[in-house]
Structures are given as structure tokens and as C-alpha cells.
Design a protein around this ligand. Structure first.
Ligand SMILES: NC(=O)c1ccc[n+]([C@@H]2O[C@H](COP(=O)([O-])OP(=O)(O)OC[C@H]3O[C@@H](n4cnc5c(N)ncnc54)[C@H](O)[C@@H]3O)[C@@H](O)[C@H]2O)c1
Length: 254
């Protein structure tokens, strides 16, 4: 019951870590406002949570669209009366995002629209609701790549996630006095559909695995339990952090 009485908005709820977060948070007694651009995937998440006895509504939306995000926030407040936590998890990692020299401007734009503007929009419309509720927690999903260089470049993605960390710090300073905390999570490689799409063969997979001191890829629950801590009152003095959950990659000088 770690989230009893809290309403949590989770974006990218149709897959991977977002879907698991809906299930885990609902099992901790949260009311969930789930959002995803993929309607079928979102409906599956809603059915899974309801099947487990959880309280959830699904609101399809592209987080890159300000009007759509405003509608998600309004739908959440209408259904549950308030918002206490924003879990800004939706993100993309397109194949055609490589080095700054090779990547098309349109790819950069697409990545920024989802990974940065998506977070921006949810904060823009969601933070006033958190403040109205007497305070709350913003959890923005960045990535370990925002903290280090990488020989296999994904420059638009990396830049977008770096911006998410910077924005998070600014939010922590601005809204702390109104009781709103803001933290980023920086996951390492987590075995979700997003990551699995990146390995063309076993050799490429091993190359990445060898860099992880803890000797395995992350699991969605490794990140979702960190988010659960940040969503709960257990983290009531934690703000402005970039919480690294990466099996040790970023401290490994290989
Ligand atoms: N998997 C990893 O290794 C890894 C590592 C570091 C950070 N991350 C970050 O974690 C977050 C979740 O990743 P995941 O691995 O669970 O991904 P995933 O691809 O399994 O799920 C992402 C979900 O976001 C949704 N989505 C995409 N664009 C959207 C949009 N415009 N509006 C609303 N929803 C949208 C997708 O439909 C999908 O359901 C992302 O922000 C990702 O960048 C992932």
C-alpha cells in the first residue's frame, strides 16, 4: 500500500517499463492514469491492471502534442479528482538516429518531440495539478547515455535525455518550495522491446553485456522499483537527482 491514495499519470504505458509500472503501482494501491500513443497496447495494459483488481483509466495520446497531453491531465483529474505523481516514461529510440553527422534533421525533431517535448508537456500541464494537490513527485526517465559518451552513437536520443536531466534539476529548484519534487531516472540497458530491437545478432548483444559489472542486462522491475520509491512518500526529501540504475556501466572504466 505504498501509494495508497495517490493518483499517478504514467506515459508510455503500453509496453516495457511503463506497462510494468502500471501493474506494480496499481498493486501498491495507486490510481493510474495511463497514456500511450498505441491504442491497442494501452488497452492491453488497462485490461491487465483491471484483471489484477487495480484502478486505472487509459487515455490515448501522443505526448509530443500539447493539446493531447492537456486532455490526458484533464481526464485524469476528472476521473480521480487530483494528480500526485507524473511518471514521464514515454520515449523512442529510432534506428535512423546515429551520429550527428549522419542523422537527418527530421529524426532529431522526432526524437526531441517525444523524449523532450513529451516530458515538457506533461510537466507543463501536470505540475500545476500536483501543486494544487499540496505537492507531489515528478519522475522523468532519462538514460545512462546522457552521462557518458558512446562509441555506438545515438546522438539525438543522447541529447534529448541530457536535456531531460537538466530540465529535471530546474523543476526541482523552482517547484520544491511548493512541495513538488522532481527526479530523473537514468536506466542502463534494460531488456524491453525497445532494447531488444537494437541487437542485430548475438555478438552485438555480448559486446554490450561485457560492459556491465553486474553481469546481466537490467530488468524492467529494476527501474520500476526505483520509480516506486520516488513516487512514494519514502523519498520525501529526495529531489533534483539523476538516479542511475545501470548495473554499474557508468562507473566502469573499460
Ligand atoms: N530499454 C532500455 O534499455 C532503456 C534504457 C534507458 C532508458 N530507457 C527509457 O525508458 C523509457 C521506457 O522505455 P522502454 O524500454 O520501456 O520502451 P518501450 O519501447 O518498451 O515502451 C515505450 C512506450 O512508449 C510509447 N510511446 C512512444 N512514443 C510515444 C508518444 N509520442 N506518446 C505516447 N507514448 C509513446 C510506445 O508506444 C511504448 O508503448 C523510455 O523513455 C526510454 O528511452 C530505456
Amino acid at each position: 500500500m505504498r501509494l495508497d491514495g495517490k493518483t499517478v499519470l504514467i506515459t508510455g504505458a503500453g509496453s516495457g517499463m511503463g506497462r510494468l509500472a502500471c501493474q506494480v503501482f496499481a498493486s501498491e494501491a495507486a490510481q493510474i492514469v495511463a497514456c500511450d500513443v498505441s491504442v491497442d497496447a494501452l488497452n492491453e495494459t488497462v485490461a491487465l491492471v483491471q484483471g489484477g483488481g487495480g484502478s486505472i483509466i487509459g487515455v490515448p495520446a501522443d505526448v509530443g502534442s500539447a493539446d493531447s497531453v492537456r486532455a490526458v491531465v484533464e481526464a485524469g483529474v476528472k476521473a480521480f479528482g487530483k494528480l500526485n505523481v507524473l511518471y514521464n516514461n514515454a520515449g523512442i529510440f529510432p534506428d535512423d538516429d546515429t551520429s550527428v553527422i549522419e542523422t537527418e534533421e527530421s529524426v532529431l525533431q522526432r526524437v526531441l518531440d517525444v523524449n523532450l517535448k513529451g516530458v515538457w508537456n506533461c510537466c507543463k500541464f501536470g505540475i500545476p495539478e500536483l501543486a494544487k494537490a499540496g505537492g507531489g513527485s515528478v519522475i522523468n526517465v532519462a538514460s545512462f547515455v546522457a552521462l557518458m559518451g558512446c562509441t555506438v552513437p545515438q546522438d539525438a536520443y543522447t541529447a534529448s535525455k541530457g536535456a531531460v536531466i537538466s530540465l529535471t534539476r530546474s523543476l526541482a529548484v523552482q517547484y520544491g518550495p511548493r512541495g513538488v519534487r522532481a527526479n530523473a531516472i537514468c536506466p542502463g540497458p534494460i531488456l524491453t522491446p525497445l532494447l531488444e530491437g537494437l541487437f542485430p545478432n548475438e555478438e552485438e548483444k555480448l559486446k554490450r553485456l561485457n560492459r556491465i559489472p553486474l553481469g546481466r542486462f537490467g530488468r524492467a522491475e529494476d527501474v520500476v522499483y526505483a520509480a516506486l520509491y520516488l513516487a512514494s512518500d519514502e523519498s520525501s526529501w529526495t529531489t533534483g537527482t539523476a538516479f542511475v540504475i545501470d548495473g554499474g556501466i557508468t562507473v566502469n572504466y573499460f
